[in-house]
Design a protein around this ligand. Sequence first.
Ligand code: IPD
Ligand code: CA
Ligand code: CA
Ligand code: CA
Length: 266
Amino acid sequence: MARSALLNVMVQAAMKAGKSLSRDFGEVQNLQVSVKGPSDFVSQADLKAEKIVHDELMKARPTYGFLGEEGDEEKGTDGAHRWIVDPLDGTTNFLHGIPQFAVSIGLERNGEIVAGVIFNPATDELFTAEKGGGAFLNDRRIRVAARRVLSDCVIGCGVPHLGRGNHGKFLVELRHVMGEVAGVRRFGAAALDLAYVAAGRLDGFWETGLSPWDMAAGLILIREAGGFVSDFKGSNDMLADGSVAAGNELIHKQLVEVANRPIPTR
Ligand code: IPD
Ligand code: CA
Ligand code: CA
Ligand code: CA
């Protein structure tokens, strides 16, 4: 299916930033890195990539708002549209030479994500989706996995840092999931985790404590791939709440149920 002009703008921006990331990935030991919080690093590579994406998107649509991880939010005069951008999702992987990272760009219209692009320059994998147009990996249609039984499933997750809270609850969730599935994976780049659910590589995914830029593009990928995604309450408030559970209808439901099991008091 042909991409819209807007999606093309997003793809161009992601690929241009991806080139910059690829160059920096080759010289990762020379990058300046600073620490923003517990296990939250930012390098010159993140900042360069954000500038590239910002400039490309704002050149094409100067009136849209812009929310990027590494800069101050720009409101925009348009009111209806906002770019939501993670210029480098998986910074910790990147800084360790692990090729599991991506540029993630979501487009929000009147509070709803209507287009998403996630690009991993290390593997040359480009995930794209537009509302009503399906989800694609390098222009081939993707769908969420059809597995219905948890014991056949590989489920992805995010592991909260000890200093960022929620780890006690996470350990309880992990124990429940581990006991029921074929495997649990922690790849370290939430945007790609969501793209992997859309592509049927992961049967499901759950994480909490995320930011809008980690999720925006992934949400529409999953929906356009026929999947279900919500916050831990089962509502559509992921961007504000920071929690996300995803999979096909059945697996998503079971992950929401796991996230809501009572935490034993001892
Ligand atoms: C992080 C990654 C990671 C997730 C963290 C995020 P960053 O994003 O997506 O998988 O567990 O919560 O902050 O900082 O590498 O863009
Ligand atoms: Ca970060
Ligand atoms: Ca991120
Ligand atoms: Ca980031």
